[in-house]
Design a protein around this ligand. Structure first.
Ligand code: HEM
Length: 361
């Protein structure tokens, strides 16, 4: 069912701004003259903004890790310019790692701002997208505060852990925003110009949903234990940073054991989904989760047996972001949105049917 048949026709432009000339209004007038309002009002703008936010946050997690792993936290001696005399970093390795990470943070800010703008200007407007985009803004602000506290507390592990875990939550939220921006929707009869997601229809039964929920919960545990391993391990980001007093061997073992349980649960759930005739999109996403988990576990074990080399830790970070994206996408793929009314598609009339009913379940 093409989404485009389910949405209310876009209005020609976003909210009107009275014509007095001055700073922001002048900027708006300039942007409106180039059709920015019309473009932002298109539902496609939220999809693009959501995709940008997912990519920017994933890159930001890896580039933030690169700063820690290469000990480049003081690569730039000033802020927001890199040095007292230059905005751009001088041609030095540490300066460019730190400066590159700052550039990625600008990209993240722009991507999240574009999610807010696209959600506010969207026609029809969707409250869920507005709330999600504001959640992303709140999360970024919290990251700024937490980042500052992390530095003030001399990279103490609990702060580094919190910073990393919040970044992964933000990444998951951006995936939800992107997914929802792609969903079928229905106009709100009581509020012209507004819409809500179409009716939710689960593609799999309750027990399989419970298994998928357990997979998501276990992923949260695996990731949290991973950050404890980092807080115990050798890559603190700077000399004389306090470490958790655990045995590195024991916490890494615990982290790996939780991964083994997650892998077993994923294999079992995938088998169950196949057996119960789950639709192809659900199976594809579950297989993607398994593939990413196996690759990540392979990197993790290689790291463990080769003395935790920096390059592999970097790959492990990229793998952790992929696991989170794949897992959230898998969970969101367990349902579809079905219109609860008769719709027009290409001149033909179809009565929308819930997928579970259509599959005879
Ligand atoms: C699904 C698979 C896995 C996920 C999602 C995962 C996730 C993570 C995360 C999020 C971190 C913290 C990164 C940071 O805070 O910078 C981490 C660290 C770590 N993980 Fe995993 N991990 C997985 C599998 C494994 C396996 C199987 C091992 C094998 C023992 C392993 C070994 C490690 C080690 C040694 C670290 C510390 C790296 C450092 O020194 O910073 N991981 N993991």
């Amino acid at each position: 069912m093409p989404v485009s048949h389910l949405v209310v026709a876009p209005e020609p432009s976003g909210p009107a701004v009275p014509g007095r000339r001055g700073g922001p209004r002048r900027l708006w007038g300039w942007a409106a003259g180039r059709g920015l309002g019309v473009k932002l009002a298109q539902p496609a703008a939220s999809r693009v903004a959501g995709a940008l936010a997912v990519v920017a946050l994933a890159v930001g997690i890896v580039s933030g890790g690169a700063v820690r792993l290469t000990g480049s936290g003081l690569g730039c001696s000033d802020w927001p310019a890199c040095t007292r005399t230059s905005i751009v970093a001088p041609l030095q390795y540490h300066a460019w790692v730190e400066f590159g990470n700052r550039l990625v943070n600008v990209l993240i800010t722009l991507a999240v701002a574009s999610c807010v703008a696209a959600a506010l200007w969207r026609r029809p407007r969707r409250r869920d997208l507005v709330h999600l985009s504001l959640g992303l803004v709140g999360g970024i602000l919290a990251e700024v505060v937490l980042g500052g506290e992390t530095v003030l507390n001399k990279l103490a592990p609990p702060f580094v852990m919190g910073h990393m875990l919040l970044a992964l939550v933000l990444l998951g939220t951006a995936v939800v925003f992107f997914h929802r921006a792609n969903e079928a929707e229905e106009p709100l009869a009581t509020r012209p110009g507004q819409a809500r997601p179409a009716r939710l229809v689960w593609r799999v039964g309750g027990p399989q949903r419970a298994a998928a929920t357990a997979m998501v919960a276990l992923t949260a545990l695996v990731v949290t234990l991973g950050t404890v391993v980092t807080g115990t391990g050798p890559h603190a980001g700077a000399p004389s940073v306090p470490r958790f007093g655990f045995s590195l061997h024991s916490v890494a073992q615990l982290h790996a054991n939780s991964v083994e349980v997650l892998l077993a649960l994923t294999v079992g759930t995938l088998w169950w989904l196949h057996r119960s005739g789950a639709p192809a999109p659900v199976l594809r996403r579950a297989e993607a989760v398994l593939a990413v988990l196996v690759a990540q576990a392979a990197v993790g074990y290689t790291q463990y047996f080769t003395g935790d080399p920096v390059l592999l830790v970097g790959f492990h970070l990229a793998g952790a972001t992929s696991v989170v994206v794949a897992m959230v996408a898998f969970y969101l793929g367990l349902y579809s949105r079905e219109p609860s009314r008769t719709v027009q598609t290409g001149g033909e009339e179809h009565t929308a049917q819930p997928l579970v009913k259509a599959l005879g379940r």
